[in-house]
Design a protein around this ligand. Structure first.
Ligand code: AMP
Ligand code: MG
Length: 420
């Protein structure tokens, strides 16, 4: 049986980076930029005032103080967005608002607080400057943020809120990004009933399609829910056909050794199995392969196919381990590893048969140190243990277990602040 690391390597070997497409800037949060972004403008475009005050010639303020103000004639007022028609000549000043272009002749701004404006009526004809300023004072120079012609954002970087803002500051409404993968999601099992339906005796609701679809969305993909197939090849194939235009197919259930576990049979017939079963707990019966699909051009494509075990925790854990990196790679990301922290474990965890064990925990920071405690019973059907967890303790294959007080590696699902 292959290890988690070997399995991940095999999955990623079958994953290609998707093509670039143009997207509105607000639609591409978390996507990877597919073009270098140069600026054809200075930002700010003009020297402008960082303060409300008076644009002056700094030489005119020499020796100014509260005791001996320098009196300047006020020749104009300029607001943000406007350009003064006047030039600041020696002995004059122009009243200026934050963000307004610095008028010709001026080389500094004296803030209102450093003038006697508050002692005068309305907009004064003259102003007393109470403080000496040096040239350049409270002027934001043109191009201070971005110089015209410079490279602002590089191809390959992930777009976050700040990058959206920077693109907007350049006047861009659209940008080239690696497109989001379409992920087809299929539940299997005669016992599975969709949400919002009556629940007949002996049946359970389909939670896997929804947790998996939510994870797909969370990591930047587009889920396409194909519904529920019963445990027959015919039903499975019928549903799968609806998803053969996707970039990846994810099924849940039907991959164990039971009489009705038909996912592997269908995958072997309609594609190729790359591996089945991984040395891990939970989620050992995972199957991975490729299935023949339809390319957009109408030809035959080869779609990565991940068959998750049906148990709701196994499905989610294996999604994090294998589907997440696959989605991130398709989206053009370089860093595919989930962040981990070192934590002191507060409960014992057993590893009886040499698998890599992933245990649901609540991680908290106390006194500069992370601590992790189990969420409670760890059965792979106990989905609420995932809902309580913000991390998974990783017990290596070669460790028989951990005991309270040991330092362990925890793969963070979410950061602790996000969990009660
Ligand atoms: P299987 O891998 O098909 O043997 O399923 C293992 C366990 O997971 C069984 O108890 C199933 O009832 C349960 N299960 C399978 N599919 C789902 C699903 N879509 N939602 C919730 N539980 C499921
Ligand atoms: Mg089943």
């Amino acid at each position: 049986m292959i290890t988690v690391d070997q399995a991940l390597e095999k999955v990623l070997e079958h994953i290609d980076i998707l093509e670039a497409e143009e997207s509105p800037i607000l639609g591409c949060l978390g996507q990877v930029l597919a073009e270098d972004i140069f600026s054809n403008i200075n930002i700010p475009p003009l020297d402008n005032s960082a303060m409300d005050g008076y644009a002056v010639r700094s030489a005119d303020t020499r020796g100014a103080s509260r005791q001996s103000p320098r009196i300047l004639r006020v020749i104009d007022t300029v607001v943000a967005g406007a350009i003064s028609r006047f030039e600041v000549e020696p002995g004059t000043a122009i009243r200026i608002m934050t963000g307004a272009a610095i008028p010709k002749g001026a080389d500094g701004v004296v803030r209102f607080e450093d003038t006697d404006e508050s002692e005068r009526q309305g907009i004064p004809a003259e102003i007393g400057v109470l403080e000496e300023i040096e040239a350049g004072r409270d002027i934001r120079p043109a191009g201070e943020d971005i110089a015209a012609g410079s490279l602002v954002l590089s191809k390959g970087m992930t777009i976050r809120a700040a990058e959206v803002g920077v693109l907007a500051s350049l006047g861009r409404s659209k940008v080239m990004v690696i497109r989001r993968p379409l992920v087809a999601i299929l539940a299997t099992g005669d016992e599975i009933v969709d949400v919002a339906q009556p629940l007949p005796e002996g049946k359970i609701y389909n939670s896997n399609s929804y947790s998996v679809a939510a994870l797909v969305q969370h990591y930047g993909g587009i889920p396409k829910i194909l519904g529920i197939a019963s445990d027959s090849e015919h039903s499975l194939m019928g549903r799968l056909r609806l998803g053969l235009d996707a970039d990846m197919v994810i099924t849940s259930g039907g991959v164990s050794l039971g009489d009705y576990d038909v996912v592997r049979e269908v995958l072997a017939k309609e594609g190729e199995i790359v591996f089945w079963r991984v040395r891990e707990k939970p989620g050992k019966p995972l199957v991975f392969g490729v299935i023949k699909g339809r390319s957009k051009a109408g030809g035959v494509s080869s779609i990565p196919f991940l068959g998750l075990a049906g148990n709701p925790v196994s499905a989610m854990v294996n999604f994090e381990l294998f589907a997440r990196p696959a989605i991130l790679k398709m989206m053009g990301k370089k860093n595919l590893a989930k962040p981990t922290v070192q934590a002191v474990i507060e409960d014992a965890i057993e590893n009886s048969d040499g698998r890599r064990v992933f245990t649901r925990v609540i991680v908290e920071k106390r006194g500069g140190q992370y601590f992790a405690r189990l969420t409670g019973p760890q059965g792979s059907g106990i989905l609420t243990s995932m809902a309580r967890a913000n991390g998974l303790v990783v017990v290596p294959e070669d460790k028989p277990g951990v005991k309270p007080g040991d330092v362990v590696e925890v793969m963070m699902l979410d950061w602790s602040e996000e969990v009660e």
